[in-house]
Design a protein around this ligand. Sequence first.
Ligand SMILES: Cc1cc2nc3c(=O)[nH]c(=O)nc-3n(C[C@H](O)[C@H](O)[C@H](O)COP(=O)(O)OP(=O)(O)OC[C@H]3O[C@@H](n4cnc5c(N)ncnc54)[C@H](O)[C@@H]3O)c2cc1C
Length: 380
Amino acid sequence: MDFALTAEQKQIKEMVSEFVDEEVKPRAAEIDETDEFPADLVAEMGELGLMGMPFPEEYGGAGLDYHSYAIGLEEISRGSGGLGTIVAAHTSLAGNMLYEFGNEDQKQTYLTPLNEGTDIGAFALSEPGAGSDVPAMETTAKKDGDEYVVDGGKLWISNGSVADTVVVFAKTDPDAGNKGISSFVVRPDEDDGFVVEGTEHKLGDKGCPTAELRFDDMRVPEDRLLGDEGDGFVQALKTLNGGRITIAARSIGIARAALDDAVKYAGEREQFDQPIGDFQAIKHKLADMDTKVQAATLLMHKAADLKMRDETFIKEAAQAKLYASEISREVANEGIQIHGGYGYTKDFAAERYYRDAKLNEIYEGTSEILRNTIGDWLQK
Ligand SMILES: Cc1cc2nc3c(=O)[nH]c(=O)nc-3n(C[C@H](O)[C@H](O)[C@H](O)COP(=O)(O)OP(=O)(O)OC[C@H]3O[C@@H](n4cnc5c(N)ncnc54)[C@H](O)[C@@H]3O)c2cc1C
């Protein structure tokens, strides 16, 4: 058992960490304030190979293993939670759907520009009445000649209003339950009937637009079907399993940022003629925060390691995401407490970490759904 990072993983961590400290951290408060998609940063990340980290170079990716990708995403999220979601939805969800289930032509045409960062990707599964309950979706795709006619809508779609490629799930056989769901590559600029209804005003995760989409008789060529009709539900679950490892990474990145700031503040702030970090109450908080971050990191690395070895990792990915997301919120909460009244203001980033961390417990499987998954796995 080796707990050390490989030379390549260390290199990625250092490279992304330097980029984040120099380019992302100084912009994070502005992204949070304006809630604007940071197109220039994303373009720069494309040039650095950060928009297609786990995919082969033949498709424009960086050719990294999933472990290195998770490490990279953790660093990005340490700088900005919104940027973490932008990259995760683009890569772990949209990119993965194309890589795992697309044919050669679809990979060359749609995955390559995603990996190069010239296109942005989104993954459109959730609907107003179908969040945790995916098969309740109402969007349909009816075959008409050599096209599918897609009608319906999606809610909560990260990158949805800025995406060039959206992987959309729809029912091709509405009577077949989860076996009637299929997935399609949709191109908002080419496919008439693709409408962005608007974007959400959220607690955190700023900079990543979360869009409501509508499809009005949207015609999609049949060669944009991913895999076979009826494959969509299983494709979505497989994709979300991998995605959960990277939401664990986003959680850990945010928690580390909260911890780093808290350690710094505890050393600087003086009350009763001594740094507050010298009070045992504060020291113990910092100790608990770091211990939780370390434990979450081990769970994430275990799940990533199993995925890399092509072993089953469903339970481990659920556990990594469940634990990391909950401790991320707890660590960010203690970060505010250590900052006292200042932590409750926008003068410090502590409150942003808290708002960004909360989301991890909701998307890509709520904590309740993940506990169901883990419990079901134990009772199999
Ligand atoms: C900012 C943001 C970004 C998102 N990005 C995307 C995206 O890019 N693509 C996408 O497709 N979706 C995205 N989502 C949607 C997200 O995945 C859903 O919000 C999530 O799956 C929960 O669905 P819901 O909101 O409908 O809640 P519901 O499913 O209605 O759940 C409400 C509550 O009931 C609980 N609950 C539901 N069913 C059960 C059960 N069986 N057992 C126990 N408890 C249960 C839930 O855990 C939760 O606490 C995003 C959401 C947000 C907020």
